[in-house]
Every structure is written in structure tokens, then in C-alpha cells.
Write a protein of this length. Structure first.
Length: 537
């Protein structure tokens, strides 16, 4: 069972280095102060679709650019917009810090059409002048279809971006840019990702969570400065953003997916896939031109990575849930399952769906049923009472072996006696590493780290794939704090390291990895207090 951490007003932060480096060019866009501000006369606002009441209506579209000049206290604005879902009605300048909403400071003139011009002049008082300097004024256009507002952008000084950036024209990536320039994330690209991208959970198929980039190092990390801040939706979340070709794709609480301009933090599109709840959300996947999500109510949803439009949708399993996020391997969306605690005929499984259509390819049950291989490890329980085996952390993938590796959670309920079993009843394939053939869904091998788990300490976390001395390895570590090493071709146990103090096991066999619980844990009865370290209590 994963730890539930309530994170209110989650924030995504971008940090950039000042100075000159090889590679992508970034521009600072924070407030200007002192002598530089006294000489500032040029400003810009980049308009993008805005959320209304914390959500984006599906009909909110469009982009725009506004330029402004300051002469004394007079700020004059001119600009254009296009692609709105319905004719514009009114436009204003508002007071508010970035990411917030505020009162009207000045009406603007706007064309009453989905595309047109915007203009206006405001004589700034001292409060408004201070707000302009602090980047706390924004332009907002309202439309017939979205009277609460459709396009919005904060006014910032081009001096804060430097002369080179100011002469580049529009910096934000628009939907039009995506439609024209988007490079599909093919199987080959995902197997060998550009070091400047982060196209999947933990960066690559081997789950390294490591970047080969060396622009930021111990010598210059002190020069990092805040570039932009993006306020996420409230709720439980452990998000793992995807970064691809300058776009950041982000999963929010409430099953809301967003595409952000990586340079500015501007919203490109947002899609609420539903339901709007506060369950944990961890990851999304990218494949070809699609962003793919496993929702908290166990559906798979594929969105167009360029526009956010729905491409396909399918149900994984009614009544269950998902928090891990999928991995796409060899054209298949592979995802786990959570909430496998209900006494019904459905057993927890890992499934694969066609990435282009959503069609089911295969299922692998992480709970062995009666009469199946491993089915005799459940103390003769009826299948309806064989529960647990969730996969709430995304698996990894070896393209050469075409195997995907997943960690499974413990049997449910957590204590063996409460599920009418003994610690000696292994309960396959819980608390295991399972290696599954991506083509067929067949089990290649398994290694059960903690048979008959009794303390709510599951071994479900990421499987990291590394090669050492000519041998292909899979490494994992669970809540017991034990680092396990297995051969990822055969599953052979190769060793372990205790990374923290633990007293749940009286012995771990160095040759086989077999664990032995303490006697008091083995003999624990319902209602007895059984201390152990580590603990999930």
C-alpha cells in the first residue's frame, strides 16, 4: 500500500542557469529593478488558453501576442489573437501575480470575432506601475462561449529577456507550432531518447532516473535561478512529468493532463479526463503523437500530444483503479492495477493494449488462481478471497529481451492470519519481481522476495535494469530496505544488501535469498501487537 501524502497547491518549478552555455537557449523573464527598470519601455504578453474555476473547458482554444510600450506613465498595448472557440466579447487588464486571478485594472478594445485585434491605453497610477514592474498585470480576453475568460497572458518586460530574445518574435510554443513541427516519439526514439528529453517515467526504459546532461554541475549549480512557477491542481499527487521537444506534459490531481511550454511555463492545452477526485496520480506515457494516461478509475485514455484532443479511450477494469501510470513498449501500452482488495472474481493483473487503438492485447494475472501454476500457494482459498498483488509503480522494459519487469504488492489483508493463511503460504505472485513477455503476456520468470508477507511491507517499487561484467541485472528495493539483485534473463538470485536496519527477518539466505521471519511474526494472532522495523504503521 502506498503512502498517501496530501499536497495542497502543488507547484511545478523550472530552474535555469544564468550565463552562456552550449545547447538550448533559455531567457529570464522575472521582474526588472533599479536603473534597468527606469529605462524599460518595451513589454509583451503571450496569450494562451486559460483555466476557469480550476479547470479548462474543452472548448477553450486559441493563442495571441500583445506588445506594449511605456512612455512616462502611459502604457499602450496592441496585439492580435486567433483560434478562439467563439467570438471575443470583452478584454481587460487585470491585477494578479502569475497563476492567480485578480480584479480589472482597465478595459481594452477587442474585435468581436474568434480572431482579431486587441488594443488599449492605460495611465498607470503608482500601484499599477509597481504591479507592472512586479509582473502582476495580465491581459485577458473573454468570449461568448467562455464568459469567464478564454485567453490570458501576463505582461512582462522584454528587457528582462535580453536583447537577443526580445528580437526573436513570439517565444511561446503555440498549438500551430506543435501541429507543424511535432516529431512523433517512435519506438526507436523511445529506445534511444535524446539526452535533452525525458520522454517517459524515470527517463528511459531501464528506469535509471539519470540524466547524461552535464550543463549543470557542482561548479555552477549555485547559479540556478527561478524561471517560472506553475500552480497545479490540489490533491494527492506524486507526478512524474514528461519533457519532449520543449514541451512539458504534466499529470495533475483529478485526472487533469496539461501541456506546458518548457521555456515560459505557458499553458498550451489542458484536458480533464475524469473523474475529478483526489486519488494519487504518478505518471503518463508518450508514444508517437499521443499522451496516454491510466486514470484513477482504471481507464486508458489517449490524447493528441499536439492539441489535447481525445484519440481513443478504453476500460481496463470496472471497479478498480490505477495510480502507477503506463509504459509503452513495442507499440503496447502496459499498465498495472490498484485497489485489488475487493472480494470479487476479478484478480489483479498487468495488461497490454494496442497503443494506436486501445484494443486489449493480453492480461497477466499477478494472483495465481486455483488450478493454475502457483495456485497451490494460497492455502486452498477460493479465488474470490485471493487478493492483493497490485502494481502501483510503473514497470521497466528491456527491448532486446522484449521483457517488461514489474514489482507486485503483498497479499491482502496484510497479516497472514487475517487472510486465513500462514506465513508459510507464499501467495504467488505477490511481493515478487515478475518478468513478462511483451509480445504474448506470458510469464517468463518470477522471483518472490518476501513470501507470505505479514507486515504491510511490499516490494512493489521500480525495477532498475543495469549491465555489469557482461551480465544483465535487475535491481529492486522495497519497504524492507533490502536491495535485491537478480539476473534479468533468468531471474536467478545473485545477492542482496540491507540498506537500513531491519529486524523483521531473523535470517536471509545469502545463496538463495530466502527469508525467515522472526518466530513472533510467524505465530502472530489477530489483535496482537507485533513490533518490527521498518514499519508502515
Amino acid at each position: 500500500m502506498s503512502a498517501r501524502i496530501r499536497k495542497q497547491s502543488l507547484v511545478l518549478i523550472a530552474l535555469l542557469l544564468t550565463g552562456t552555455f552550449a545547447g538550448p537557449v533559455f531567457f529570464r523573464s522575472g521582474p526588472v529593478s533599479g536603473e534597468a527598470w527606469a529605462q524599460t519601455t518595451s513589454f509583451r504578453a503571450r496569450l494562451s488558453p486559460m483555466p476557469v474555476d480550476g479547470r479548462l473547458f474543452r472548448t477553450v482554444t486559441g493563442v495571441g501576442q500583445v506588445r506594449a510600450t511605456l512612455a512616462g506613465n502611459r502604457l499602450t498595448l496592441t496585439g492580435t489573437y486567433t483560434g478562439m472557440s467563439s467570438p471575443a466579447t470583452v478584454a481587460h487588464i487585470h491585477f494578479a501575480r502569475p497563476g492567480q486571478q485578480g480584479p480589472v485594472a482597465q478595459p481594452l478594445q477587442v474585435s468581436t470575432s474568434p480572431a482579431g485585434d486587441i488594443s488599449g491605453t492605460i495611465e498607470l497610477n503608482s500601484e499599477q506601475s509597481a504591479a507592472l514592474q512586479a509582473r502582476s498585470l495580465y491581459v485577458q480576453i473573454h468570449s461568448e462561449g467562455n464568459p469567464g475568460g478564454e485567453l490570458r497572458g501576463w505582461i512582462f518586460s522584454t528587457a528582462s529577456m535580453g536583447e537577443e530574445a526580445a528580437n526573436l518574435g513570439p517565444e511561446s510554443i503555440t498549438v500551430a507550432d506543435l501541429l507543424r513541427d511535432f516529431v512523433p516519439a517512435t519506438d526507436e526514439i523511445l529506445r534511444n531518447p535524446n539526452p535533452g528529453d525525458w520522454p517517459m517515467m524515470r527517463g528511459n526504459y531501464h528506469a535509471w532516473s539519470y540524466s547524461a546532461l552535464d550543463q549543470i554541475n557542482a561548479g555552477n549549480v549555485g547559479g540556478l535561478q527561478l524561471e517560472w512557477v506553475w500552480n497545479m491542481h490540489d490533491g494527492n499527487s506524486e507526478p512524474a512529468p514528461i519533457a519532449y521537444d520543449g514541451i512539458i506534459y504534466l499529470i495533475n490531481p483529478g485526472n487533469v493532463i496539461q501541456a506546458l511550454d518548457g521555456r515560459s511555463g505557458d499553458l498550451i492545452w489542458e484536458h480533464a479526463t475524469g473523474p475529478d477526485n483526489s486519488q494519487d496520480m504518478r505518471g503518463i506515457a508518450l508514444y508517437e503523437d499521443k499522451i496516454i494516461q491510466a486514470t484513477t478509475d482504471a481507464r486508458l485514455v489517449a490524447l493528441d500530444a499536439r492539441t489535447g484532443d481525445l484519440v481513443w479511450e478504453t476500460e481496463i477494469q470496472e471497479g478498480n483503479s490505477n495510480s502507477s501510470g503506463p509504459i509503452v513498449a513495442d507499440g503496447k501500452v502496459i499498465t498495472g492495477m490498484a485497489n485489488c482488495t475487493q472480494y470479487n472474481e476479478t484478480r489483479c493483473f498487468i495488461s497490454a493494449h494496442d497503443a494506436n487503438t486501445g484494443e486489449l492485447a493480453w492480461r497477466f494475472n499477478t494472483i495465481a488462481g486455483a488450478g493454475e501454476p502457483g495456485g497451490d500457494t494460497w492455502a486452498n482459498l477460493d479465488n474470490i478471497f485471493r487478493k492483493g498483488g497490485e502494481t502501483w509503480i510503473t514497470g521497466s522494459y528491456d527491448p532486446e529481451l522484449n521483457l517488461t519487469y514489474w514489482g507486485t504488492a503483498q497479499a491482502k489483508p496484510w497479516a497472514a492470519v487475517s487472510r486465513h493463511m500462514e506465513v508459510a503460504d507464499a501467495g504467488l505472485y505477490t511481493n515478487s519481481t515478475v518478468a513478462v513477455d511483451v509480445e504474448t503476456g506470458e510469464l517468463e520468470w518470477y522471483f518472490q522476495h518476501v513470501p507470505g508477507e505479514a507486515l504491510d511491507l511490499d516490494e512493489v517499487f521500480e525495477r532498475v535494469l543495469v549491465d555489469q561484467d557482461g551480465r544483465r541485472l535487475v535491481l529492486s528495493i522495497g519497504k524492507h530496505g533490502i536491495l535485491w539483485k537478480n539476473d534479468r534473463v533468468t531471474g536467478e538470485f545473485l545477492g542482496f544488501t540491507e540498506t537500513v536496519f531491519q529486524n523483521a527477518f531473523s535470517n536471509i539466505d545469502p545463496e538463495t535469498g530466502a527469508i525467515t521471519y522472526r518466530e513472533d511474526i510467524i505465530n502472530a494472532e489477530i489483535g496482537e501487537w507485533t513490533p518490527a522495523c521498518p514499519s508502515s504503521a
